[in-house]
Write a protein that binds this ligand. Structure first.
Ligand code: TMP
Ligand code: ZN
Length: 417
């Protein structure tokens, strides 16, 4: 039993993955002896309903100058952020000289759209290497962790914000009480805080346990978010489901009473109660589904090995670290993982030490089966891999269920988002 970071209530652990390395901690062979491990388990707060990690890793160990994750590696994500920016500009930025802030602005994938239109903007991004990429493309970026003191400084220098945006960032921030305080300071009276993160409903429905790793401290539901915002008199005024990251939710938040609350909010709230997101038993059921998923994936991989098939991992995602470590998948079962990010190539996967090779290692010698770690990019990848399909290449996925399929299989055309 732990303590809830939001309300100090009892945190009931429902899924314990045991010892885990840093999800994005791709490493060289010389670093094996000094690899950092922590205990990964996830709990449910019976008081405020927030699902969260029981133990967290110091943010400085996760987001630093060698942070290997660049948002702009996916074209679908670029398109997604372009649409997000257009939406915000049309519907939120009504003032004559608006100011947009983004938290965790990474390489500028979203803010670039505002910079190009000469809209006043500021990215706040603690990882300097990705922030440098943003700066070089004209995105004004501050390399800091966002907190109430930084919010004060930003207000001093630029004034309050019309819109504060965050994509796949809020769920990474351990101290959300502080974050909400800082947001309340930074937002204009009629400003909007718009953020999106993987949605608990999708994680549960798809048994997407690989969303659970060090960087994701929280797994949000509307119920828990609403409780969190209450303390600083903020409220959710709209919720908009997103297909990205395997199913996310965009929450639109304003100061209480400043905006009309959309019908979608009441509907989602009722659905969450009906689906048991406010009850501990739901999460025990999830654990049983996760255990079964692991057993099925291992059974398929062992079977492929017995048949002498070559299996290669496709995309060294952070999510893959949970899967390989929890299931005990090493290079015995998966020869290597191919990945398009140069910073990861030539290194090894955290904990399980599977070699990470460039994408060309995949295309130059197709395996029999590709274990698709980037299942959330299924469509983009299927379109890209026509040659692999011509070579009779098969795919193994584990979300929403363990499945081995090829290009002729209807599964390949089925939306997996
Ligand atoms: P994520 O967005 O699910 O975390 O995945 C990011 C990683 O996946 C990143 O290292 C790039 C890699 N990747 C590929 O290697 N090939 C692909 O086609 C895609 C979409 C991602
Ligand atoms: Zn709580």
């Amino acid at each position: 039993m732990g303590v809830c970071r939001i309300c100090d209530g009892n945190l009931e652990s429902f899924l314990d993955f045991g010892r885990m390395p840093i999800a994005n901690g791709f490493l060289s062979a010389e670093q094996f002896d000094h690899e950092y491990f922590f205990s990964l388990s996830v709990g449910f707060c019976c008081t405020c309903c927030m699902v969260q990690l029981v133990e967290t890793v110091e943010p400085q160990l996760l987001f630093h100058d060698q942070y290997p994750f660049f948002s702009s590696t996916s074209t679908r994500m670029k398109e997604h952020f372009h649409r997000f920016a257009v939406d915000v500009q049309r519907n939120v930025l009504q003032d004559s000289d608006p100011f947009v802030v983004e938290l965790g602005s990474n390489d500028g994938i979203l803010l670039r759209n505002f910079a190009e239109r000469n809209i006043r903007h500021l990215g706040i991004e603690p990882s300097n290497n990705v922030a440098d990429v943003a700066r070089s493309s004209g995105v004004n970026t501050l390399s800091r962790f966002f907190n109430p003191a930084v919010a004060d400084e930003v207000v001093q220098e630029y004034g309050q914000a019309d819109a504060v945006l965050a994509a796949n960032v809020v769920c990474h921030i351990p101290d959300l009480r502080e974050l909400v305080e800082a947001i309340a300071t930074l937002l204009k009276p009629r400003g909007l805080f718009i953020f999106e993160d993987p949605y608990l409903g999708n994680i549960l429905a798809k048994t997407a346990y690989d969303q659970i790793y060090d960087e994701h401290v929280y797994y949000f539901s509307l119920a828990a978010i609403s409780n969190l915002l209450e303390a600083h008199r903020l409220e959710v005024v709209d919720v908009i489901p997103q297909a990205v990251h395997g199913g996310s939710m965009r929450y639109v938040v304003g100061h209480q009473g400043q905006h009309k609350v959309a019908e979608s909010v009441g509907k989602l709230r009722a659905m969450e109660v009906a689906d048991g997101f406010t009850q501990a038993e739901t999460f025990h059921r999830f654990r049983r589904a996760v255990e079964q998923s692991r057993n099925e994936l291992l059974a398929v991989l062992s079977d492929l090995k017995k048949q002498g098939k070559r299996v290669v991992g496709y995309a060294a995602t952070s999510k893959s670290t949970t899967v390989t470590n929890y299931c005990g998948i090493t290079s015995e079962l998966v020869e290597f993982i191919s990945d398009t990010t140069p910073d990861k190539q030539g290194k090894y996967s955290p904990g399980t030490h599977i070699p990470v090779r460039p994408y060309s290692a995949f295309t130059e010698n197709y395996p029999d089966v590709a274990l698709l770690f980037a299942w959330n990019h299924l469509h983009e990848i299927m379109e890209k891999e026509a040659n692999y399909h011509k070579a009779n290449g098969k795919w193994l996925v584990f979300v929403p269920k363990v499945q081995l399929f090829d290009a002729n299989d209807p599964a390949i055309h089925r939306p997996n988002a």
